[in-house]
Design a protein around this ligand. Structure first.
Ligand SMILES: [Zn+2]
Length: 274
């Protein structure tokens, strides 16, 4: 079977995670589920809704470095935490969620009613969103290049895409064997990307990657305050304290030597040439 992402038929490595076979593509170095996906219900969010909304509010704030609050589309919006976070910050939000029980949670928790549509080009009007979010969604979709192409089309020129995925390269895997199962989450995750393999895939979909980095490792995060160190890079540089700059530098080093459990990427739909 040749790779849907790059066309290579060569496999560099194979591994089994919790009884499910995965293959590492020799071409693009992305792990793929090498067997039947099966019909597995998505994980449901537990408690701590307010905390989750606040955490995702920081993600929305980060993407506002490239787009002022306007129309935001969350693909695979699940129980609606990110939509609620964006709404509180003044965004006009639209969610797509094909899973009925997740959509029901979204209505019950936040009064947000997502559309039950699958994600594909033409699912929403072209160029109609200032921001599109694929938050821990791309790894579940059978055709990631098509999903990214659909995201590009949904954005207005200059609009911002945010993608977050588990990171196959995370140091957490060395520190904690249980985290491998979390990252591959078989058979829910059809693909396992990394901080190295996600950016080229997004570029091939015709988007300009403006920021892509792993989170600070959970293990190292205890030593490096990621709060002060992972805010938007733009603006306010002159007013930054020495301590904030030191923390930011330390977090950068930590991400490089010990990448965290997820990759966070931001990309823009290029402006059309006049
Ligand atoms: Zn490949």
């Amino acid at each position: 079977m040749s790779c849907l992402l790059c066309g290579s038929a060569r496999v560099a490595r194979r591994r089994t995670v919790a009884g499910h076979p995965y293959a590492l593509c020799a071409g693009c170095r992305v792990w793929r589920l090498d067997g039947a996906a099966g019909d597995v219900p998505p994980r449901t969010a537990g408690t701590g809704h307010e905390q989750r909304v606040r955490m995702l509010g920081r993600t929305v704030a980060e993407l506002e470095a490239w787009a002022a609050p306007g129309r935001l589309l969350d693909v695979g919006s699940g129980p609606g935490h990110l939509l609620e976070a964006a709404r509180r910050r003044g965004w006009d939000v639209v969610g797509l969620e094909p899973d009925p029980s997740s959509a029901e949670s979204s209505r019950a928790l936040f009064g947000i009613d997502p559309a039950a549509r699958e994600w594909r080009a033409g699912a929403v009007e072209d160029g109609s969103f200032d921001a599109v979010v694929l938050h821990h969604v791309l790894e579940h979709l059978p055709d990631p290049p098509a999903a990214l192409e659909a995201a590009r089309r949904a954005l207005r020129p200059g609009g911002v895409l945010h993608v977050a995925v588990p990171n196959a390269r995370t140091v957490d895997r060395l520190l904690d064997r249980g985290s491998t199962e979390e990252i591959f989450d078989p058979p829910r995750h059809l693909w396992v990307f990394s901080d190295r393999t996600l950016p080229p895939l997004v570029r091939r979909a015709g988007l300009d990657v403006v920021r892509s980095r792993p989170q600070v490792s959970n293990a190292l995060g205890r030593f490096v305050s990621s709060d002060g160190a992972s805010g938007p890079a733009g603006g306010g540089r002159g007013g930054q304290s020495l301590r904030a700059r030191a923390l930011r530098a330390a977090a950068g080093v930590a991400r490089t030597v010990a990448p965290g459990s997820a990759v966070r990427l931001f990309a823009l739909r290029p402006q059309e040439r006049a």
